[in-house]
Design a protein around this ligand. Structure first.
Ligand code: SAH
Length: 272
C-alpha cells in the first residue's frame, strides 16, 4: 500500500465566497428588493439562487435574501414547531403560535401594505404561480415567504395574518423550499439590472401571452438539420413574422387555454 494520499478530487476548497456567504454582509442598496424566507431549513438557501444571474445579482446587492429559521421560535427544550392534527390522522402540522412568532420577527421593518410587501404561504391549495404574479411581486419592495413542511400549517394563522397562498402547480412537494426558490427565481430576474440584457424578458414565453418561438444557434447544420433559412436571411421584418407565426402555432397546439385568452384579448383590442 502506498503512503501517497489518494486523490479524492477537490477535497480542499479554498475559503472563497460560498453561496451562503452571499446572503450576509453583501453591499446593501437602500432600495434593494428583499426576500425573507421562513423555513425549517435555512441551509437550503440561497441554493440554486446563488448561481448564475440571480447569484451575481445577490452578490452585487441588487436584491437581498434573508432566512428566518422557524426552529428558533419552537416551544420548550426541544424547540417543537409541530404537533399532531386535531381530529386525528397522519403526519404533523406546524403550530399557529410558533409560526406567528416567526412571522412577527420576519416582519420587522417591512412596509405593512401587502401590495408593496406580500406575505405568501407556498401551498398546493394556493393560486397557481404565473408570470403575471412574478411581475406583481417584482413591482413591490419585497416579499415574505412561508415554507411549509409535513401536513402544512394550522389554518388559523393563515386567517389571522391574511396570508396569500401560492402554488407552484398541481403536485405535492415535501416542503415549500423548492417552490420558494422557483418563485424567487422567476421574480428576481424581472428586477432591473438582474438580466444583462433587459430586452430578453420582453420577448420570452408568457410576456405577450404566447409561448416562445424555437431558438437556434451555431452550427448552421447539425446532424443533417439546418437552421430555418429565414433566420439566416438577415431580413428583420421576415424574421419577426416567422417568429410570431411560430409562437402562435406552438401556443395553439400546446396550450389551448393560453390561445383562447390570446384570441379574447385580440377581439377586445379590435372593439376598442
Ligand atoms: N397536506 C398538504 C400538503 C403538504 S406538503 C396538502 O395536501 O395540501 C408540505 C409543504 O410543502 C406544504 O406546506 C407547502 O409549503 C409545500 N408544498 C407542497 N406542494 C406544493 C406546491 N405544489 N406548491 C407550493 N408549495 C407546496
Amino acid at each position: 500500500m502506498s503512503d501517497k494520499p489518494k486523490s479524492h478530487g477537490r477535497l480542499k476548497i479554498a475559503p472563497t465566497l460560498t453561496p451562503r456567504a452571499l446572503m450576509d454582509e453583501r453591499p446593501r442598496l437602500a432600495s434593494a428588493w428583499e426576500a425573507r424566507v421562513i423555513t425549517l431549513f435555512p441551509n437550503a438557501f440561497p441554493g440554486v439562487l446563488g448561481e448564475s444571474l440571480t447569484g451575481r445579482a445577490l452578490d452585487e446587492g441588487l436584491w437581498r435574501l434573508e432566512t428566518v429559521e422557524l426552529r428558533q421560535f419552537g416551544e420548550g427544550k426541544h424547540r417543537n414547531v409541530d404537533d399532531t392534527p386535531a381530529g386525528g390522522g397522519a403526519g404533523m402540522v406546524l403550530r399557529a403560535d410558533v409560526l406567528a412568532s416567526a412571522i412577527d420577527a420576519a416582519s420587522a421593518g417591512e412596509p405593512t401594505d401587502r401590495a408593496r410587501w406580500p406575505l405568501v404561504y407556498l401551498s398546493p391549495r394556493g393560486a397557481r404561480f404565473d408570470q403575471a404574479m412574478a411581475r406583481r411581486f417584482a413591482a413591490g419592495d419585497g416579499i415574505t415567504l412561508i415554507c411549509g413542511r409535513f401536513e402544512g400549517v394550522d389554518e388559523r394563522v393563515l386567517e389571522e395574518y391574511d396570508i396569500e397562498e401560492v402554488s407552484l402547480g398541481d403536485f405535492v412537494l415535501t416542503g415549500g423550499e423548492i417552490a420558494a426558490q422557483a418563485l424567487l427565481d422567476a421574480t428576481v430576474r424581472l428586477l432591473p439590472g438582474v438580466l444583462g440584457n433587459a430586452a430578453s424578458t420582453e420577448d420570452e414565453s408568457f410576456s405577450h401571452g404566447l409561448l416562445e418561438h424555437p431558438q437556434y444557434t451555431r452550427p448552421a447544420e447539425w446532424r443533417g438539420r439546418a437552421i430555418p433559412p429565414v433566420l439566416m436571411s438577415g431580413h428583420h421584418g421576415e424574421i419577426e413574422r416567422w417568429r410570431r407565426d411560430q409562437s402562435e402555432r406552438i401556443t395553439r397546439a400546446r396550450r389551448p387555454d393560453l390561445w383562447a385568452a390570446h384570441l379574447a384579448r385580440l377581439a377586445k383590442q379590435d372593439k376598442a
